[in-house]
Design a protein around this ligand. Structure first.
Ligand code: SAH
Length: 247
């Protein structure tokens, strides 16, 4: 599949249908077609159709999910667009770097670019589902773009990267296995959390930021399937040994 066909634009809980139409138009002008909406409002409105103009087809074909996790379950690279910096710093790139690192992925990798709510952006939990965060270096005194305008900037950079105007970004192209997808990563984090509680490393009453920090660590390296199997295997072995010790 071509580069642009592997990119999906995810809008999380947009409250204004007009923005969905504008985002569809922004996408189509740059050759992107996959739109995914998490808990959207009723979006087949006149305003949305008018804003989408010739791109209403993208809106009509949009897939709908009830959580960000579900919307990106099969994606191996998830990039979250954020208008501000967060309590926990995450690998942060600008749109050009985001496009460059997306282009460097092998051609079986599904990519999601995630945009937040008009009012409140993405939650910390949603941002933690992402491998990288992307920030458009806007005016620090007024940094928040309209969500469809942010989609336009990212879509433009993806297109420019495809056209060959990208800066180099080091990436390991010699992978033995495809990178793990979001569902595999989430399964791993659940297992890890359970095992860490079992071995009393993690106190569920005082979890602090441990799981967030571990998530950030594992997301950063974007493990592949065979690495994921090793990590899962270690946890399973710990679980087995614990059961044996209990007997
Ligand atoms: N008040 C919200 C801003 C929401 S803007 C907040 O402070 O988080 C809606 C969405 O547009 C954001 O969640 C983000 O995905 C995108 N966006 C807006 N400005 C951006 C910027 N400068 N860089 C990256 N994404 C941006």
């Amino acid at each position: 599949m071509s580069f642009l066909d592997r990119i999906r634009i995810v809008l999380v809980e947009p409250s204004f249908s007009g923005n969905i139409g504008s985002a569809a138009r922004a996408m189509k002008t740059m050759g992107l077609t996959h739109l995914s909406l998490v808990n959207p409002p009723d979006f087949m409105t006149n305003v949305a159709m008018a804003r989408a103009a010739g791109a209403h087809g993208i809106m009509m074909k949009a897939s709908v999910a009830d959580s960000l996790e579900a919307a990106v379950a099969d994606c191996q690279l998830v990039i979250g667009a954020s208008a501000r910096s967060r309590a926990i710093p995450w690998p942060l790139v600008n749109p050009r770097q985001a496009a460059s690192l997306s282009l460097q992925q092998s051609d079986d990798v599904e990519i999601a670019i995630v945009f937040g709510r008009e009012r409140s952006g993405l939650t910390n939990g949603e941002l933690a589902l992402c491998h990288h965060h992307v920030h458009i270096p806007s005016n620090p005194e007024y940094s928040s773009l309209n969500v469809a305008a942010a989609v336009q900037v990212l879509a433009y950079e993806m297109r420019m990267a495809m056209l060959g105007d990208s800066v180099d970004y080091q990436w390991d192209t010699e992978r033995e296995a495809p990178p793990a997808n979001q569902a595999q990563m989430s399964g791993y984090f659940e297992h890890l959390e359970k095992t860490l509680i079992d071995i009393e490393y993690l106190d569920p009453h005082k979890p602090k930021l441990l799981m967030t920090r571990l998530r950030r660590l594992y997301m950063r390296v974007q493990p592949d399937n065979s690495e994921m199997n090793i990590l899962r295997g270690i946890l399973t072995q710990v679980d087995k040994l614990r059961a044996k010790l209990k007997d």
